[in-house]
Design a protein around this ligand. Structure first.
Ligand code: NAD
Length: 377
């Protein structure tokens, strides 16, 4: 296995930063950062959910205590989307304030996408911004959440409605964390990896198709290559369009329908599965516009099935689905806008935009098709 890979991300709204990928690299990478940035006297705060606190948090804290002369704190919160809130952020901020954490504090977000989104947002606003290191531990956070600088929290009205763009100083992707991640959680990452292949890299899509078994078994080289490839793809897109004014929209493939399914399903459908259904439905819509043919969607369906992401789903209420589709951030003038595929590795671009205005009736019939078609999954 290639030992360590370093990818530089150069966003438009902040200095460039490295993403280091490897196995069992967490200590060496944090240590090098501390030495390179002469941060040995600074305060370090590790933020994670309570599950990660016991799995890895305490160990990272102990390690930091040996390496730095400043104070080291470990603050945790109860995991889950329902706790990715302003209230949790406030609780953590209060802990930091009462512990005397100053402007020279380094925040380390350790965990899945919930922890990295929350810790990143906290770092962005604490004393108007302190240094942030991202240490993703879930596959989804490694291949998606940790690259691109989006941070934020949920509110009662929806997911990620309050937040900001804030770039980390460094991202350390240690794939040895995946050894303890459940297959169910890994699948959320698989869905995003397939999406990356479809939107930008047909070779990567083929690679994933040929290595589904290795992905399931957690074979090291396959995981390393996939994580690296996904980060390169997402990194290139967010470099070109950091603030989501144009090309970054293509990262939403599968997510317009996927988010609506998650919401209408009252969050009982895992994110990866919802995105997988979303990609199939959106591919059917692309078929109707003549962008892709039936073979494209069948290939997509095949890989998603092989990765355990497609199974029968109960019909959901179309009114609820359309009311969340109406809230989609890409919409303009009340029209539904979707990022649709054109080919493996290529997305639709027309009328100066990566978003295609999609007729309501077409969305309706494509959802009807899902309820019928899923019976065969
Ligand atoms: P999560 O953070 O809840 O992690 C999933 C579960 O896995 C949690 O229980 C966590 O404790 C556990 N876990 C994490 N790493 C583990 C490990 N190595 N071993 C054992 N258990 C582990 O959820 P997630 O799926 O990682 O991330 C979802 C969040 O990411 C959502 O809130 C979403 O909005 C956000 N997200 C953000 C971006 C972005 O660009 N910022 C992109 C995609 C998703």
């Amino acid at each position: 296995m290639k030992k360590v890979s370093k990818i530089i991300i150069n966003p438009q709204n902040g200095p460039k930063y490295p993403v280091i990928i490897g196995k069992n690299i967490i200590r060496d990478s944090i240590n090098s950062w501390i030495v390179d940035t002469k941060s040995v006297e600074r305060t370090f705060v590790v933020i994670c959910d309570s599950l990660i606190e016991n799995l890895y948090g305490k160990e990272v804290k102990r390690f930091l205590e040996k390496e730095v002369r400043g104070k080291v704190f470990l603050f945790s919160f109860d995991g889950g989307e329902e706790n990715k809130t302003r209230e949790t952020k406030k609780m953590l901020e209060n802990l930091m304030l009462s512990s005397g954490c100053g402007r020279d504090t380094v925040v380390l977000g350790l965990g899945g996408g919930i922890s990295t989104d929350l810790a990143g947002f906290l770092a962005a606003t604490y004393m108007r911004g302190v240094d942030y290191l991202s240490l993703p531990t879930s596959l989804l956070a490694m291949v998606d959440a940790t690259v691109g600088g989006k941070t934020g929290v949920n509110t009662q009205q929806g997911k990620n409605l309050i937040g900001c763009f804030y770039q980390p100083k460094e991202v350390i992707v240690d794939i040895s964390f995946l050894d303890t991640l459940s297959l169910r959680e890994k699948k959320n990452g698989f869905a995003e990896m397939v999406k990356h292949g479809i939107i930008a890299d047909s070779e990567y899509f083929s690679f994933l198709r040929e290595h589904t078994e290795e992905l399931f078994s957690g074979e090291e080289e396959t995981l390393f290559h996939s994580v690296e490839r996904s980060i390169l793809i997402k990194g290139a897109i967010v470099e070109e369009d950091t603030l989501e004014r144009g090309k970054r929209k293509i990262l939403n493939f599968g997510h317009t329908i996927g988010h609506a399914l998650e919401k209408a399903g009252h969050w009982t459908i895992d994110h990866g599965r919802a995105v997988a259904y979303g990609m199939v439905v959106e591919a059917w819509i692309a078929e109707e516009y003549g962008f892709v043919d039936e073979v494209f969607t069948l290939e997509l369906e095949k890989i998603l099935k092989a990765l355990g992401l497609l199974k029968k789903i109960d019909r959901l209420d179309h009114r609820e689905l359309f009311s969340s589709l109406k809230m989609d951030k890409k919409n303009s003038n009340g029209e539904l806008i979707m990022a649709l595929p054109k080919d493996f590795g290529e997305m639709y671009f027309g009328e100066g935009s990566y978003g295609k205005r999609v007729k309501r009736e077409l969305v309706y019939t494509s959802l009807e098709k899902l309820w019928k078609h899923c019976l065969s999954w």
